[in-house]
Write a protein that binds this ligand. Structure first.
Ligand code: ADP
Length: 448
């Protein structure tokens, strides 16, 4: 097992990893930017190294500085968390060349799955159902216009190296293709410094259902069930639940086996997520694979009792998976709400500020993964997530009741949060019935 792990991240996920390391008896090294001197991850780690100025490219995205921090402190492994360098093949390659174990798959696999257009082709070859679409990369609007009719309408134009819902536009007819392509490509270039695009059929009102998998370095792969992440705003997840009530036992088995085949097709190692779009007729398509831990991983932990971060570390250390598929059982229902510092009445504008009067809900089946405390000033440079509120109940009804109660108790002053907005979703009749898909929030806005 590793003696010391460096955590190349910040905020709640850095804190979550520090806690898992501590439980495993592993020393931790935090890296922090000058804006994060007072952040919880900086305080909680055994050691902390300042790696630069607030701008992510000067700190959390700066490969040289992170590797130097690992070398100086003698950390032999790096946990990248999510976001930042977690799906950066160059970073993975530098770790490999520096003899530092990156807690994740190989640089080759990250590269293969990081490019969604490439990942699609790999999956087609492996016989996995993918959304019908273009082959390879499209770089010009003219080419997009030409290829659009092959797919039909509506279609979605997506950044090949995209993430976080950015660089995506839907075209409903041939006339819209040119302008939507230009917009999506511009956003892709600005967000990912990459303007490679691809197009696929736009599935109308699907569910986003993803499977958590674990794969060790000996070729053993298991799945830990699914998460329904269909409550999204601008293609970004807000509320997730596990299991998905849209899946029958048979469909769960089939999709779980498909997720395992995806991992096996690329000799995947570590924790990963296979994302699918699910139509209301039970048809499902591979959308992408995330080669890292996900924000919403706690709901899977709550229903399986398996600590995913600890499993990631054990796999990276060369341990064999100790569970087989039959031993993984699911208990009850879990829901996660992302508590963000943003103002729903002002188009969800981020609202950084200093936290005071913080009162976190607690009690039976309530979990908070966060990095906030009274007096903490939220830096304006990073994402606006304050904490994740996770509940576990014996069934969906109990989990919903717990979430409603916990949201009512959650008190945070000093900035505007989305807590009331989350409460509105939880009160929505259709949501309560489980009657929702990725278009839910647009419809709720329209008053349906
Ligand atoms: P990102 O990596 O940016 O999160 P994804 O490929 O995971 O992008 O897609 C994010 C969301 O966008 C999905 O959960 C879904 O709501 C929507 N989406 C993506 N592709 C399609 C599609 N072909 N049809 C319908 N919705 C889609």
């Amino acid at each position: 097992m590793f003696n010391k792990i460096l955590i190349a991240n910040r905020g709640e996920i850095a804190v979550r990893i520090i806690r898992a390391c501590r439980e495993l008896g592993i020393h931790t090294v935090a890296v922090y930017s000058t804006a994060d001197r007072e952040s919880l991850h900086t305080y909680l780690a055994d050691e902390a190294v300042c790696i630069g100025r607030p701008k992510a490219t000067d700190s959390y995205l700066n490969i040289k500085r992170i590797i130097s921090a690992a070398v100086i402190t003698g950390a032999t492994a790096i946990h990248p968390g999510f976001g930042f360098l977690s799906e950066n093949p160059k970073f993975a390659k530098v770790c490999e060349e520096s003899n530092i174990k990156l807690i994740g798959p190989s640089s080759h696999v990250i590269e293969l799955m990081g490019n969604k257009a490439m990942a699609r082709n790999t999956m087609i070859e492996a016989g996995i159902p993918v959304v019908p679409g273009t082959e390879g990369i499209i770089t010009s609007a003219e080419e997009a216009v030409q290829k659009a009719s092959e797919i039909g309408f509506p279609l979605i134009i997506k950044a090949a190296n995209g993430g976080g819902g950015k660089g995506m536009r839907v075209a409903y007819n041939q006339e819209e293709v040119h302008s939507m392509f230009v917009l999506a490509q511009k956003e892709a270039k600005a967000s990912f410094n990459d303007d490679g695009m691809y197009m696929e059929k736009y599935i109308t009102e699907p569910k986003h259902v993803e499977f958590q998998i674990l794969a060790d370095s000996y070729g053993q792969v298991v799945h830990l069930g699914e998460r329904d992440c269909s409550i999204q705003r601008r293609h970004q997840k807000i509320i997730e639940e596990a299991p998905s009530i849209a899946l029958t036992k048979e469909l769960r088995k089939e999709m779980g086996e498909t997720a395992i085949s995806v991992a096996k097709a690329i000799q995947y190692e570590n924790a990963g997520t296979v994302e699918f779009l699910l139509g209301d007729d039970g048809t499902y398509y591979f959308m992408e694979m995330n080669t890292r831990i996900q924000v919403e991983h706690p709901i899977t932990e709550m229903i399986t009792g398996i600590d995913l971060i600890k499993e990631q570390i054990k796999i990276a250390a060369g341990r064999e998976l100790v569970m087989n598929q039959e031993e993984i059982t699911f208990r009850g229902h879990a829901i996660e709400c992302r508590i963000n510092a943003e103002d729903a009445s002002k188009d969800f504008r981020p609202t950084p500020g200093t936290i005071h009067n913080l009162l976190l809900p607690s009690g039976n089946g309530i979990r908070i993964d966060g990095a906030i405390y009274n007096g903490y000033s939220i830096p304006p440079y990073y994402d606006s997530m304050l904490a994740k509120l996770i509940v576990h109940g014996k069934d969906r009804e109990e989990a919903l009741a717990k979430m409603k109660s916990a949201l009512t108790e959650f008190m945070v002053e000093g900035m505007v949060s989305n807590i009331d907005f989350l409460g509105e979703i939880l009160d929505n009749k259709e949501f309560i019935k489980g009657n929702y898909n990725t278009s839910f929030l647009e419809k709720m806005k329209e008053g349906c």
